[in-house]
Design a binder for this molecule. Structure first.
Ligand code: 4NP
Length: 161
């Protein structure tokens, strides 16, 4: 069986989803788990850009270098390539549902789609809540983002184990 694969999706792919990607990479390494991990944005305005400098700084505070990450826009093929797609907030989830491949005129899909869900649904007590967008906020908001995505990454690792 192929290894588990996880895609995190936010709006710009420069703040929240790169931090989620970094947090899960760190938790998976610590747990000795092999997982394919990537992140993307529902929007394409930042495609090719590195993460926001405040996201790079927050990851660096936790010993992780994300300066080499580059943003990309989510694609329909991602629903084929990944086993799980996690939306960082409800708007991201709605946008993903809109592009999710569906059967045509009653015909089933050629293969299974990724399982699509809201990221914080994985964290007990935080179901239905968003990872708040820190883009217009302060450095402290990025620390909150880190705490949220780390709690979710730990939940993913315990599910995969
Ligand atoms: P992200 O944050 O979705 O967590 O990457 C944002 C980044 C950029 C923009 C909005 C949110 N923007 O409007 O450019």
């Amino acid at each position: 069986m192929s290894q588990p694969s996880v895609l995190f999706v936010c709006l710009g792919n420069i703040c929240r989803s790169p931090l989620a990607e970094a947090a899960l990479r760190a938790e998976a390494v610590a747990a000795g788990l092999a997982v394919t991990i990537d992140s993307a944005g529902t929007g394409g305005w930042h495609a090719g850009d590195p993460p926001d400098r405040r996201a790079i700084a927050e990851a660096a505070r936790h010993g992780i270098d994300i300066s080499g990450y580059r943003a990309r826009q989510v694609r329909r093929e991602d629903f084929r390539r990944f086993g799980h797609i996690y939306a960082l907030d409800q708007q991201n989830l709605r946008d993903l549902k809109r592009i999710e491949p569906k059967g045509f005129m009653g015909r089933p899909l050629a293969g299974p789609n990724a399982r699509l869900s809201l990221l914080m649904d994985l964290v007990p007590g935080r179901e239905g809540t968003a990872v708040i967008d820190p883009y217009g906020g302060s450095e402290e908001d990025f620390a909150v983002t880190w705490a949220d995505v780390t709690a979710a990454a730990q939940a993913i690792v315990s599910r995969l184990r």
